[in-house]
Write a new protein. Structure first.
Length: 372
C-alpha cells in the first residue's frame, strides 16, 4: 500500500476517525435489558462501548490533542468523519415501519443526558485546530435492509428498536454481516438510485450544519459504488478516504462485490483523489495489540517510502459515555503515541484529510481559510 501513488519528502500525519454523530448503544440500561433477553451485547466491542459522543468524551480528547505540537506549532488534529443524521425512531414506529424518517444529529444530541455542550465543543475544536469534521454519510444504517427487517418483525431488530438502536451484536447472516451499518450497499438498481440521493442530501445537510462544505468522504463499512463517486463529485467532494480495497456492490447479487484497489494520490474517472489508510490505532476492538508500537512501526514504514501516514482510529476508542474506563485507558495510550511521534520525528506536520488532499492537488486549503 505504500509503494504506488503520491510521495512527499515531508513527514505528514493524518488521524481519520469515523462514526462521529451516529447513534450506537443507547445506555447501560438498554444493554442490560437486551442482555436479559439473550442478546450477547456485551461480547462485541462496538455494541458494548460505542455510543453518541458526550461532553466529557470531547473535552478529554481535546486535552490530549492539545498536549503535543508539530514543527509548525499546531496541535494534533482529528479528521472527525461525521454522520449528519440518525433515524427518527418515534416517527418510524408511528408509521408502522412502512416509512423511514430521520433527524439531524444535532437534534439527537438533545435527547441524551450528558450531551448538551457537544456541538459547542465541536466549534471550539474547529477554532483551536484539534477537530475537523468531514462527511461520512447521512446516516450509518442501510435503510432498505433495516426497514425490511422491521417490517418482517425480526425480533432482534424490534428489540433493538425499542431502545433507539439499529445494530446489535448477534450472529451474522448475509444481509446482516455489517449489522446494517453498510449504508451504501445495494441489492437493486432502486437501492442504488436511493443511496445516490441520500449521499447528496447528506452533503447538503453537512454544509448547513457546519457552515462549510466537506471536501472528503469515507463510505460506511468501506462499501460504495462508482456512481456514488459521481454524486460526491457533483457536490464538491474532491477526496475519498478508505482502505486499500474498495468493495463495490454487484447490483442484484446482494453481498457480492468487485474489489477495487486504490493508492494515496491516485485518481478516479472524476479526478477525485484517493487517500488510503496505512496505519491504525484501534485499541477497543483489538485490546491485545500494542497499538503504540504497532502504529509507530507503520508510520515509520510510510515515511520510509515517502508517503503520508494516514492513521485510522474509530470513535469507539475515545468514548466513555457508557464505560469511562474505555476512554481513559485509550486516551492514555493515544497520548503516549502522540508524544512518541513528535519525539521520533520532530519535523512532523499534523494535517486533516482534506488538507492532505489539497497538498496533493495544489488547491487552496479550505481548513486554514475557515480557521482564519
Amino acid at each position: 500500500m505504500n509503494i504506488p501513488g503520491w510521495r512527499s519528502p515531508r513527514k505528514l500525519i493524518v488521524f481519520e476517525s469515523d462514526d462521529w454523530g451516529t447513534v450506537r448503544s443507547n445506555s447501560l440500561t438498554a444493554l442490560q435489558k437486551l442482555s436479559e433477553k439473550g442478546y450477547p451485547v456485551f461480547d462485541g466491542a462496538y455494541c458494548k462501548y460505542d455510543a453518541l459522543e458526550c461532553n466529557d468524551d470531547l473535552e478529554q480528547l481535546f486535552e490530549v490533542l492539545h498536549s503535543v505540537k508539530d514543527k509548525n506549532g499546531n496541535p494534533a488534529v482529528i479528521t472527525a468523519n461525521n454522520i449528519v443524521a440518525n433515524p427518527d425512531f418515534e416517527k418510524i414506529k408511528a408509521a408502522d415501519y412502512q416509512q423511514y424518517y430521520f433527524e439531524p444529529f444535532i437534534d439527537t444530541l438533545k435527547k441524551y443526558p450528558a450531551h448538551d455542550r457537544v456541538f459547542d465543543l465541536y466549534q471550539q475544536g474547529i477554532t483551536t485546530g484539534v477537530f475537523w469534521p468531514q462527511y461520512h454519510g447521512r446516516e450509518h444504517v442501510n435503510i432498505s435492509r433495516w426497514l425490511k427487517a422491521l417490517q418482517n418483525k425480526k425480533p432482534y431488530m424490534l428489540n433493538a428498536f425499542e431502545y433507539g438502536m439499529f445494530s446489535l451484536h448477534v450472529p451474522m447472516t448475509p444481509h446482516y454481516y455489517n449489522a446494517y451499518m453498510d449504508a451504501l450497499d445495494c441489492d437493486s438498481e432502486a437501492d442504488l438510485v436511493s443511496t445516490i440521493k441520500i449521499v447528496s442530501d447528506g452533503l447538503a445537510m453537512f454544509e448547513k450544519i457546519w457552515g462549510f462544505p466537506s471536501r472528503s468522504f469515507i463510505a460506511p463499512c468501506y462499501i460504495w459504488h462508482q456512481q456514488h463517486e459521481q454524486a460526491l463529485s457533483a457536490m464538491g467532494v474532491n477526496y475519498i478516504q478508505g482502505l486499500p480495497i474498495q468493495h463495490q456492490p454487484i447490483i442484484s447479487e446482494g453481498t457480492k462485490y468487485h474489489k477495487k484497489y486504490h493508492f494515496t494520490g491516485t485518481s478516479n474517472f472524476k479526478g477525485q483523489r484517493y487517500l488510503v489508510r496505512n496505519a491504525f490505532f484501534e485499541p477497543t476492538p483489538y485490546p491485545n495489540v500494542d497499538w503504540v508500537d504497532n502504529c509507530l512501526y507503520r508510520i515509520q514504514t510510510a515515511f520510509r517510502w515517502g508517503k503520508p501516514a494516514i492513521v485510522s482510529t474509530h470513535r469507539v476508542n475515545f468514548i466513555g459515555y457508557l464505560y469511562p474506563e474505555n476512554r481513559e485507558k485509550n486516551l492514555h495510550q493515544f497520548k503516549l503515541l502522540l508524544q512518541a511521534i513528535v519525539k521520533k520525528w520532530p519535523d512532523v506536520a499534523f494535517v486533516s484529510s482534506d488538507e492532505l488532499g489539497d497538498l496533493i492537488t495544489g488547491r487552496e486549503c479550505l481548513r486554514q481559510t475557515i480557521r482564519q
